[in-house]
Design a protein around this ligand. Structure first.
Ligand code: ATP
Ligand code: MG
Length: 429
């Protein structure tokens, strides 16, 4: 059976609860039952069902039946993928029995820990954490039924930046007592499309990686959508000049890990570029603005002007594209760190797109051969010749800097921010 992550959607009378399971082969029937009982404490659930390809319900009451269900689901998932579709979650329908039965016969312990997302100490069951049902179902229930953030609880502070789609603000969430980044995008669309976007964005609740920006909530007010995420106090990479290689190496490792995580969820980033790579003074590097909502991307595209300089040639020419297009964008994003970068990367990208040649190998004194090789490989004209996800992690440039040393990035971000503050204090000459 496949060992890749899957999403299980528990269908309950009060709504759907999604949980991501990193390693389905480790999941057992009893763990899943405990998870279901956590989200339906009022019912006595003894089994659950899933639907086969013709819509017949099949009951699962044991580990063997669970295995059969997972293997059926993995086949369906593979088929959907071969047809170019993102796999649907595995839907299960809890079945309530008449008697309480023997609950938790394997004596699994339920730990509780404070919920970091808000002040109240919400009991979060941890019993299934080892089997990687990552976000606890109680937490998911709270998120899905009510979203965590309401417009009236947000106090907007300064504007952080403005992109093609909308404007990003630093803001304070009064109830959660935390600083947020809120991206506000004006969208003149129907209520139906708004609903579709909200449902497409639900996958963001499941993203749980140190290399991906944490998503808190999204909501529409009139014709604007607000997307609330974690605030990164170092901002985006595009405003940093001349990043030294030992820093850039650690940043590249985080970017590759973030993308590998998204790809494992079958999400293409589609907009890898320095302004979508964020850093903070703790030395963390996280990706943001990946295109999970087709409808949102399409709606923004209607007002989008200009071309995206980081797009892979196959995308620009309207061919089919996949993970390798993200890999291209990684290469060209890091090429920006060369001196005179903007111009060089722009010209190279034009050259590659128009001639169907690979870009020439650049040897620029201050960067190592490994780094130059990494970029050149990512920017191969033909998508299949670019490194595949596993090969990216194994590239010698990435291996060299994959040492978990966040201190390097942290010190560099702090120093750059200090320099920026000092310059601002001096004012214009
Ligand atoms: P585009 O619209 O083409 O994607 P962009 O990425 O520059 O361009 P936005 O996504 O609107 O535009 O972001 C604007 C700026 O806001 C970014 O360049 C970044 O500096 C800042 N920003 C975005 N998200 C955050 C965040 N979570 N924390 C801190 N700063 C952020
Ligand atoms: Mg952005």
């Amino acid at each position: 059976m496949d060992t890749e992550a899957i999403v299980i959607r528990i269908k309950t009378p009060s709504g759907d609860m999604d949980s991501s399971v990193d390693c389905p082969s480790l999941l057992n029937f009893n763990d899943l039952l405990v998870a279901i009982r956590d989200v339906m404490p009022e019912a006595t659930v003894t089994a659950f069902e899933y639907e086969d390809e013709v819509g017949d319900r099949i009951t699962v009451r044991s580990d063997e039946e669970l295995k059969a269900m997972l293997s059926y689901y993995c086949n369906t998932m593979n088929e959907q993928r071969m047809n170019g579709l993102l796999p649907d979650p595995l839907q299960i329908f809890p079945r309530a029995g008449k008697t309480p039965g023997n609950r938790n016969i394997h004596g699994l312990k339920v730990n509780t820990r404070p919920n970091p997302a808000n002040d109240c100490t919400h009991a979060v069951p941890d019993s299934i954490a080892n089997n990687s049902l990552k976000k606890s179902s109680a937490e998911l229930k709270r998120i899905l039924t009510n979203g965590q953030i309401n417009a009236q609880d947000i106090h907007y502070q300064e504007q952080l930046g403005h992109g093609n789609g909308g404007t990003v603000y630093k803001a304070y969430h009064v109830l959660g007592k935390r600083v947020l980044a809120v991206k506000v995008i004006p969208l003149d669309i129907t209520v139906e499309l708004q609903k579709q976007i909200m449902s497409e964005l639900e996958i963001l609740y499941k993203c749980d990686s140190p290399y991906i920006i944490t998503f808190f909530s999204a909501f529409f007010v009139e014709n604007r959508i607000s997307i609330c995420t974690e605030f990164m106090d170092g901002g985006s990479l595009d405003v940093y000049k001349r990043i030294p290689e030992h820093v850039l190496g650690r940043i590249a490792v985080a970017v590759v890990k973030g993308l590998t995580y998204l790809w494992s969820l079958k999400i293409l980033h589609r907009d890898v570029k320095p302004s979508n790579m964020l850093v903070n003074t703790r030395g963390q590097v996280k990706l943001c603005d990946f295109g999970v909502s087709t409808q949102l991307v399409n709606s923004i595209a209607k007002t989008y002007v200009g071309t995206n300089a980081y797009m892979a040639p196959e995308r620009i020419s309207g061919e089919q594209y996949g993970i390798h297009a993200d890999v291209w964008s990684v290469g060209i994003s890091f090429m920006e760190c060369f001196p005179c970068s903007g111009l060089i990367s722009y010209l190279l990208s034009k050259l590659v797109c128009s001639t169907s040649q690979d870009p020439p190998v650049l040897h620029i004194g201050q960067f190592s051969e490994k780094f130059v090789h990494f970029i050149t490989q990512c920017m191969r004209r033909h998508p299949k010749e670019r490194p595949a996800p596993n090969n990216l992690m194994d590239h010698s440039f990435i291996v060299q800097y994959n040492d978990g040393n966040a201190e390097v990035v942290s010190m560099w971000v702090c120093r750059c921010l200090e320099e920026r503050r000092a310059q601002q204090a001096q004012g214009p000459i």
